[in-house]
Design a protein around this ligand. Sequence first.
Ligand SMILES: [Ca+2]
Ligand SMILES: [Ca+2]
Length: 94
Amino acid sequence: MQLENAMESLIKVFHTYSSKEGDKYKLSKAELKSLLQGELNDFLTASKDPMVVEKIMSDLDENQDGEVDFQEFVVLVAALTVACNEFFVESMKN
Ligand SMILES: [Ca+2]
Ligand SMILES: [Ca+2]
């Protein structure tokens, strides 16, 4: 059930931001930026790179249509989850 809830939250978060402008099922760069600021602000402020949103955008936009669809978004979430897990495992060792 916990995992189901997590998946549901992921879908809800995506659609909350993706439906703001243009294609309801895709994140424009502005929508991606507000998602990152709203949901992943610690991650965003940890990165001192002012171009971080642009970089994430071009990394994620695999089919290069200038928008991030859910499938492309999940790749980011998976990568961040792996990074968080490594951090978690490391801190458990100490
Ligand atoms: Ca959109
Ligand atoms: Ca795309």
